[in-house]
Write a protein that binds this ligand. Structure first.
Ligand code: HAM
Length: 420
């Protein structure tokens, strides 16, 4: 170990577990790539004001959890705590919405940072794969995204996840509900901080996990009863579309989410094997966000799935991903001359697209064969002085244990044939 350790709330991805992370990123993005979503990458930090305005001044993310810094030039920046505000900012900056092809469908994958209290499944550095569909108000788009996330999780073999669905209303009906809820909440017996929250973000009070608070909320006005006709019809259509696709979901009126930009459709993917940090992914519609960050009206919808928690969910369900071996051929040279010759063969194999590795450092046969086993290679190539004198190399099938002498010049072609 060195004098240093990974910072609190972070961890390193190292082989072999890191291969699962790559496979999860791949599995989540595959359905998006097949559905017209283009890849976008934005900087790891942004102007702090983007998140303050976008994610919301009253959210925990902005008030407590942002890593902020002032540059030598005096700019106020924040490490990105989430992807949506950045992606929308980038799409507007590149005028993607003006190319006459709405919605602009984008997917991304990257690191995010929140100064949270670390615990199992909750880190200060984590990784998401996300999707945003910008510029169109259409329940089919909301349904598409929910269905694609479901498809991604199923393709990984996950089964014990549930989809929670809600509608948060729009700029017409939500303010009416907000006021009714505030009036109700102001009469309750609540601590100072919660009282402040009533004035800033009353819907978040519904999310309070404490039993004594929840007990008082039983008769709170329900958003469902305040949804305007347009929001109700929209939500019914989303529900009907995902039902028709055979995707099972639960209506959850209490689902408010921790970011302020949501309107109408909101959803969360929760996994029952994860304890308190059970949300593996979440998203929803954010019809007002573009205007909040100075853009035109661009109703949009999206989600982000947490890669770390998805890996934990796989482990909780005992799902072993079928990861292809990274090395197909392992070369074991015995002696100086063999090193040069076999390294040449390995280079040739690699250029032909066959994954090959090599016993470096001039180790003996026993140690090198151990490495060959550990590499998961299907074949090993062993050559010593006597083999070279005969112009052959020993090709060993690691599954059957069978070994045959193959003319050195024919080894690459023979391996290509055997590996199909
Ligand atoms: P979010 O619900 O804040 O939404 O995060 C999405 C997912 O990121 C969570 O469900 C979780 O799996 C993962 N995640 C969040 N915080 C942590 C953490 N501290 N440690 C480990 N994993 C974490 C968003 O970020 C929105 N931008 C989603 C969205 C996209 N909405 C619309 N478009």
């Amino acid at each position: 170990m060195s004098t240093f350790q990974a910072p609190k709330g972070t961890y390193d991805l190292t082989p072999p577990r890191s291969a699962t992370f790559l496979a999860v990123r791949e599995a989540i993005s595959a359905p998006l790539r097949d559905s017209g979503y283009g890849y976008i990458e934005t900087p790891g930090f942004e102007n702090v004001e983007l998140f303050a305005r976008g994610v919301g001044e009253s959210t925990d993310i902005v008030t407590k959890e942002m890593y902020t810094l002032t540059t030598k030039g005096g700019d106020q920046l924040a490490l990105r705590p989430e992807g949506t505000a950045s992606v929308l900012r980038a799409a507007l900056e590149a005028n993607l919405h003006k190319a006459g092809n709405l919605p602009v469908k984008l997917w991304y994958s990257g690191s995010y940072y929140r100064y949270e209290r670390p615990q199992a499944g909750r880190y200060r550095h984590f990784s998401q794969v996300g999707a945003e569909a910008i510029g169109t108000e259409d329940p089919v788009l909301d349904a598409e995204l929910i269905i694609l996330a479901d498809q991604a999780y199923r393709s990984l073999g996950l089964r014990q996840f549930r989809i929670l669905l809600n509608s948060l209303g729009d700029k017409e009906c939500r303010p009416v509900y907000r006021e009714a809820l505030q009036t109700f909440l102001r009469d309750l017996d609540l601590d100072e901080e919660t009282r402040r929250r009533i004035e800033i973000n009353p819907l978040r009070v519904l999310d309070d996990k404490r039993a004594d608070v929840q007990k008082q909320l039983t008769d709170a006005p329900k958003l469902r009863d305040y949804l305007c006709d347009a929001c109700k019809a929209y939500h019914e259509e989303v529900r009907a579309l995902i039902t028709a696709a055979g995707v099972v979901f639960e209506d959850d009126e209490k689902l408010v989410r921790g970011l302020d930009y949501y309107t109408r459709t909101t959803f969360e993917f929760v996994h029952d094997g994860l304890g308190s940090q059970s949300a593996v992914g979440g998203g929803g519609r954010y019809d007002g966000l573009s205007e909040m960050i100075g853009g035109p009206e661009l109703p949009s919808v999206g989600w982000a799935l947490g890669v770390d928690r998805t890996v934990l969910a796989l482990e909780a369900e005992g799902v072993e991903l079928d990861l292809p071996a990274t090395t197909s051929v392992y070369a074991v040279p015995l002696g100086e001359e063999a090193r040069r010759v076999l390294f040449g063969v390995v280079t040739e194999l690699r250029r032909a697209g066959i994954a090959a590795d090599f016993a470096f450092g001039g180790r003996g046969l026993k140690g090198a064969m151990k490495s060959a086993n550990r590499s998961g290679a299907r074949y090993t190539l062993v050559a010593g002085e006597r083999d070279l004198a005969e112009g052959v190399v020993q090709l060993k099938d690691m599954e059957s244990g069978e070994q045959t002498a193959v003319p050195l010049t024919e080894a690459p072609a023979e391996l290509a044939k055997r590996l199909g």
